[in-house]
Ligand binder design. Structure first.
Ligand SMILES: [Zn+2]
Length: 336
């Protein structure tokens, strides 16, 4: 099997992984050259989002996005609100604000795959001249009804005629969903202004234990699981300079447990939707130790609780530059 990203020979590492929706199954390949895992076949993704959004309140991992969409506009600083929720928004906020300060002017930003629209809205409220773009008409209509006319229903390819005008092109948690990721990235470079930035965030395979297979959303929700080496390959292919965002600021401000295996092993992974598209893994209530930790926070004893918990379980908090998500800051090369 040839890797759809770099064209090199890839090795089968797991056959018959349960797909997001029953009864689909997928094979998982590992590419030695670009360090990506990918699922095969690469099809079915378009239809699955409608089913996920239909039941979003009860699907583990997705319900939080609805909560962001419902709550972001009530915040004094919507961008800070999102940045403190997840690594990918933190990286986006820190990088864009630093670029704005350095340039001393308003930045023109394109948020590709804007989905529910809350990140586009948060950037708009923070003073960026931002446009959200999504191929789903339903997503754009929903986002506009909530956040106003900040969105356009289009593919990135259809924006090429506008020429290279964006200071920053954001691909937030998007590349892992896209079959033809090469074209997407090439088009992102084309719409970026000279020396513009392309911001790519994606689940980080390099953070997992050696030998872990597909510790990311099941295909066809995710088709890819990229490592830091994949981001280096992409940057080289696009003729861009690469900086990997340093997450130590996020992890020193937020207590996040290492718990690297967020998902069970590939062998134990189960379908999330049944063959009718109804959820078959329900949201679980938080475990007892989650409540204990909240209680400890309330009475100002979170530090002590966590120290005891770490010594009992051996689970550590994440610290340092690298975490569950990676963020590549690509700077467009001259002449591209
Ligand atoms: Zn490859």
């Amino acid at each position: 099997m040839l890797c759809p990203l770099c064209g090199s020979d890839a090795v089968l590492v797991h056959a018959g992984l349960a797909g997001y929706q029953a009864p689909a199954r997928f094979d998982v390949y590992d590419c030695g050259l670009c360090g990506a895992e990918f699922s095969w076949p690469m099809s079915g993704g378009e239809a699955i989002y409608e089913r996920i959004y239909r039941s979003i309140k009860s699907i583990p991992g997705y319900s939080r996005y609805l909560s962001y969409a419902e709550n972001v506009a009530k915040q004094a600083s919507p961008l800070d609100y999102l940045a403190n929720k997840e690594e990918s928004y933190w990286a986006t906020a820190v990088t864009l604000r630093a670029l704005r300060e350095r340039s001393g002017r308003q930045l023109k930003v394109l948020d590709v795959g804007s989905g529910m629209g809350y990140l586009t809205y948060a950037l708009h409220r923070d003073g960026f001249d931002v446009k959200g773009v999504d191929v789903s008409r339903k997503a754009v209509e929903t986002a506009e009804a909530r956040f106003g006319r900040l969105f356009v229903c289009s593919s990135l390819e259809d924006l090429l005629h506008e020429g290279p005008g964006f200071d920053v092109v954001i691909l937030n948690q998007l590349v892992e969903h896209v079959v033809d990721v090469r074209s997407l990235l090439e088009n992102a470079v084309k719409v970026a202004s000279p020396s513009g930035r392309i911001l790519v965030t994606t689940p980080n395979r390099s953070f997992s234990r050696n030998g872990a297979v597909w510790e990311t959303d099941l295909p066809p929700v995710h088709y890819w699981w990229f490592s830091e080496r994949s981001l280096e390959y992409i940057s080289g292919h696009l003729g861009c300079d690469l900086e990997l965002f340093d997450f130590s600021g996020f992890y020193s401000a937020h207590y996040v447990r290492e718990n690297r295996a967020i998902f069970p092993s590939a062998n134990a992974r189960r379908h999330f939707l049944d063959s009718n598209g109804e959820p078959c893994i329900k949201l679980q209530p938080p475990p007892m130790d989650w409540w204990l930790e909240r209680l400890a926070e309330k009475v100002g004893g979170a530090g002590g609780y966590r120290t005891v918990r770490e010594s009992l379980t051996g689970e550590r908090r994440i610290s340092g530059k690298r975490g569950r998500v990676s963020c590549a800051i690509l700077t467009k090369g001259v002449g591209k």
